[in-house]
Design a protein. Structure first.
Length: 224
């Protein structure tokens, strides 16, 4: 993408409540992100995220993975749906499907994901429980580019939260999710402004390589 793009097109993939989708909708409404979410696609029917999108006047589609016997067939249908919108950016916002290498290659460099851990710690599921079981003193969330290896694309930005003695997976999840709603709009803003790129499997911001962890959000940072 270049800075000459007047109104970048974003497609968001979801599987559930869509709280990160809502954070992006709100940031766009405030003109903090100059872009348009043209479609929200879910692999599940009747999830709250679809209602959030419809309330915001965004087109919604369901590509139900249960209707496809093979992952490759599901991904092909998903590609068909996405490509109707010719997106500049694809945002995975709680999209709970492992994507095939062919799908990832098609959109590599313009697909972002958010993960509830300080990657490379705890790829996959049950991250809050794992952090507690290991006695971690801090936990958090990471926005990263999507590559073929699960939760292993180059990191863009992270936010940390302390792990408290009385924490449960649920209480820890709430605090991590609050940070997700801050850092995901920041990463999307950088991308649609043409500042953020993936080059040779490295995340680059303003033509500078980001550290392996990505940038760390400070406690008083906002979208800029």
């Amino acid at each position: 993408m270049s800075n000459d793009d007047i109104n970048p097109v974003i497609v968001v993939l979801i599987s559930g409540s869509g709280s990160n989708l809502q954070a992006l909708i709100d940031a766009i409404a405030k003109r903090e992100i100059e872009g348009t979410i043209s479609a929200v696609i879910s692999n599940r029917n009747d999830v709250l995220g679809l209602k959030r999108a419809q309330k915001a006047g965004i087109k919604t589609h369901v590509v139900d993975h249960k209707n496809y016997a093979q992952r490759e067939i599901f991904d092909a249908q998903l590609i068909h749906q996405i490509d109707q919108y010719e997106p500049d950016l694809i945002v995975l916002a709680g999209f709970m499907r492992i994507l095939t290498p062919d799908f990832v290659r098609r959109y590599e460099g313009k697909m972002l994901n958010i993960h509830p851990s300080l990657l490379p710690k705890y790829p996959g599921l049950h991250t809050h429980q794992r952090a507690l079981e290991n006695g971690d003193t801090e936990h958090g969330a990471t926005v990263h580019f999507v590559t073929s290896e699960l939760d292993s694309g180059p990191n863009i930005i992270q936010a940390k939260v302390p792990v408290l003695k009385q924490d449960t997976p649920d209480t820890l999840s709430v605090r991590v999710q609050e940070q997700e709603h801050i850092i995901y709009p920041i990463a999307v803003k950088w991308y649609v402004e043409g500042r953020l790129q993936m080059i040779d499997q490295q995340a680059m911001l303003d033509e500078e390589q980001l550290p392996e962890s990505g940038l760390l959000l400070s406690s008083n940072q906002t979208l800029h």
